[in-house]
Design a protein around this ligand. Structure first.
Ligand code: FAD
Length: 400
C-alpha cells in the first residue's frame, strides 16, 4: 500500500467486501477519503438470498447514490404480516407510504447480489483487491501490518475489519467465539410464477409456530420469492455461506403448516443451510489503529432483520468519523465511532437473541398473550427508535 506523505491522510485498509465493507468504501469515496479493500474471494459476489432493508439503511444508501439501483431491482414493501403457523392473522405493520412519511424512506426487499453490485459500483474500482485472505494483523505504534495467505504483507495506518462473524481483525481485539443458538436457517429463492399470487404481493410474510418460523418476500423486482425457514433441525451444523440442505427434510419439519409455506417449500429447488450464531455484545472494539464493523463487530441472530442494516449504519458513522482525520487524530476518531455505535448495536444484538423464544412459542396462553402484544405494537411508529437513527454529525456531506 502507498506510503502516505506526512501531510496526507491516514492509509485506510478495509478487510472484507461484504455489504458493510463496501458501504464503507462507497462512503469514504463520497467523502473524498481513499482506502483499499481486501477481499478473500477471487470474484466479488454475494449469495443467492434476499435481504430486507429498513429506512435506517435506505436513507444513507440513497445518499451514496443507490436510489436508482434500489428502485430498479428492489421491491417496495407495503406491509409486514404476522400469522400463526396455521395461517390465522396475528398482526400487520403498514409500511408503504406511511413508512416514507414517518421515516423518510421506503422499506425494501432486495436480492443480495443486486445490493452488492450497486455498492461495488459506488466504491472506487481501483481500491478493490480480490483474492486476498487476511491471516493476521500486527499492530505497531506507528502502523499496522496485514499478513495475507498468498504471502504478501501490506501496511496501513488504520485497519477496519469488515470480515464477518469469523473476523480475523476481531481476533486481534478480543478473545471470544461465536455462540450457537441451536437454530438453523434454511434459505432459498423460488421463481414467482411458481407460487400463488398471494406470495407475490410486495409484502414480508411471517408464520410463527412451535419451535420455528417461516418468512418470505419478493425480490428482484418481484421475479423471485426469497424464503427462510427457521428451525432446530437435527442436521450437521453449517456456518458456511454455501452449505446446502436436503429440501425434503425442511419440508418434513414444516409439514402441516399453512398452505403458502408448503407451497413455497415444494417449489424450492436448492435450499441453503446456516447454523445461526451470534456473539456476546462488545463495549470496546477499537484500539488506536484497529476497529471492526458489521458482523465482525456485532454478529446478531437474524430475527430483527437488522444485521446488514446495522453494518450500513456503522459504515456511515465510521466514514463520518474518519473523514478529515489526520494520523494523530485517528485514535480519537475510532473511539468516537465506537461510542456512537457500540451501545446501539449491543441493544439490537440482545433484542435479536431474546426474540427467538417469543417467536417460537407452542400454542397456548403464552402464545395468545404474545399475539395480543404484537397487535398492540404493530403500528409503524413503534419502530421509530430503530428506523429513525441518524449519525449526530450533521455537518458531514454523508449525513445530508
Ligand atoms: C438467514 C439470515 C437472514 C438475514 N436477513 C437479514 C435481513 O433481512 N436484513 C439484514 O439487515 N440482515 C440480515 N441478515 C444478516 C446479514 O446477512 C449480515 O448481518 C450481513 O451480511 C453482515 O455484513 P458484513 O459485511 O458485516 O459481513 P459479511 O456479509 O459476512 O461479509 C464479510 C466479507 O469479508 C470477507 N472475509 C471474511 N474473512 C476474510 C479474511 N480473512 N480476509 C479477507 N476477506 C475476508 C468475506 O468473504 C465477505 O465478503 C440475515 C442473516 C441470515 C443468516
Amino acid at each position: 500500500m502507498r506510503r502516505a506523505g506526512r501531510d496526507s491522510g491516514p492509509r485506510i485498509a478495509v478487510v472484507g467486501a461484504g455489504i458493510g465493507g463496501l458501504t464503507l468504501a462507497a462512503a469514504l469515496r463520497t467523502a473524498g477519503v481513499p482506502c483499499v479493500v481486501y477481499e478473500q474471494t477471487r470474484e466479488f459476489s454475494e449469495i443467492g438470498a434476499g435481504v430486507q432493508l429498513a429506512p435506517n439503511a435506505v436513507r444513507p444508501l440513497r445518499r451514496l447514490g443507490l436510489g436508482p439501483a434500489l428502485d430498479e431491482h428492489a421491491v417496495r414493501i407495503d406491509a409486514v404480516e404476522f400469522r400463526t403457523w396455521q395461517g390465522a392473522s396475528i398482526a400487520r405493520t403498514e409500511l408503504g407510504a406511511e413508512c416514507e412519511r414517518l421515516f423518510g424512506a421506503p422499506y425494501y426487499s432486495v436480492h443480495r447480489a443486486h445490493l452488492h453490485e450497486a455498492l461495488r459500483e459506488r466504491a472506487e474500482p481501483a481500491s478493490l483487491r480480490p483474492g486476498r485472505r487476511l491471516l493476521r494483523v500486527e499492530e505497531h505504534a506507528d502502523r499496522v501490518r496485514l499478513v495475507f495467505e498468498d504471502g504478501t504483507v501490506h501496511e496501513a495506518d488504520v485497519v477496519v475489519g469488515a470480515d464477518g462473524i469469523h473476523s480475523v481483525v476481531r481476533d486481534a481485539l478480543v478473545r471470544d467465539a461465536p455462540v450457537f443458538s441451536g437454530l438453523s436457517a434454511f434459505r432459498g429463492l423460488v421463481p414467482a410464477d411458481r407460487v400463488s399470487p398471494a406470495a407475490r404481493q410486495p409484502r414480508v410474510r411471517l408464520w410463527l409456530g412451535p419451535g420455528g418460523h417461516f418468512v418470505c418476500y419478493p425480490v428482484s423486482g418481484g421475479e423471485l420469492i426469497s424464503f427462510a425457514a427457521i428451525a432446530a433441525l437435527d442436521v450437521p451444523p453449517a456456518e458456511s455461506w454455501s452449505a446446502t440442505a436436503d429440501p425434503a427434510s425442511v419440508r418434513t419439519a414444516f409439514d402441516g403448516w399453512h398452505g403458502s409455506v408448503s407451497e413455497i417449500l415444494h417449489a424450492a429447488g436448492q435450499v441453503r443451510h446456516w447454523a445461526l450464531h451470534d456473539r456476546e455484545p462488545l463495549h470496546h472494539w477499537s484500539t488506536d489503529r484497529l476497529t471492526v464493523l458489521g458482523d465482525a463487530a456485532h454478529p446478531m441472530l437474524p430475527f430483527m432483520a437488522q444485521g446488514a442494516n446495522q453494518a450500513v449504519e456503522d459504515a456511515m458513522d465510521l466514514a463520518v468519523c474518519l473523514a478529515g482525520a489526520r494520523l494523530d487524530t485517528v485514535p480519537a476518531a475510532l473511539r468516537r465511532y465506537q461510542s456512537l455505535r457500540a451501545p446501539r448495536t449491543a441493544g439490537i444484538q440482545r433484542r435479536s437473541r431474546d426474540s427467538a423464544a417469543g417467536l417460537h412459542l407452542p400454542d397456548g396462553p403464552e402464545q395468545q398473550a404474545r399475539d395480543e402484544a404484537m397487535r398492540r405494537s404493530a403500528a409503524p411508529r413503534h419502530r421509530a427508535w430503530l428506523y429513525s437513527y441518524e449519525t449526530e454529525d450533521t455537518r458531514s456531506p454523508l449525513t445530508r
